[in-house]
Design a protein around this ligand. Structure first.
Ligand SMILES: [Zn+2]
Length: 127
């Protein structure tokens, strides 16, 4: 006969079950978010591409792309201010795997929020 659980053991067991269900739901959501599609399109990205290169219009899942975070240098000011790199919260890049076109994510706040669901993040320093 199984031994009777103490109230503390019961509570611990309950927490374990809920935690398992929670991590299952978090993983399910992550999978869905990694499947978010972004389209390769001409979006003010001329300065990042070879002249004449055109976006192909195909879509890709963000979970297969590299999120290229843009870092802007903050010059030194005053006695102790500045001299550091700050990530751009409103813009980032990704390279289309179909055609190699570099796309900006400017104007895509919903996608910019999903950085952790991209395959990886790289930083690009902008001066
Ligand atoms: Zn493309």
């Amino acid at each position: 006969m199984p031994k009777k659980l103490t109230p503390l053991e019961k509570a611990n067991r309950k927490i374990k079950r809920v935690e398992a269900r929670l991590s299952e739901a978090v993983e399910e959501r992550a999978q869905l978010l990694r499947a978010t599609l972004v389209k390769c399109e001409n979006r003010f990205a001329n300065n990042f591409n070879r002249p004449g290169l055109k976006a192909c219009g195909k879509s890709s899942e963000i979970g297969k792309l590299t999120f290229i975070r843009l870092l802007h240098y903050v010059r030194p000011y005053g006695c102790t201010g500045g001299d550091y790199w700050q990530a751009d919260e409103k813009d980032a890049l990704f390279v289309c795997p179909h055609c190699g076109y570099t796309n900006r994510l400017y104007g895509e706040p919903d996608v910019l929020k999903l950085r952790e669901y991209f395959a990886k993040t790289e930083d690009r320093e902008m001066r």
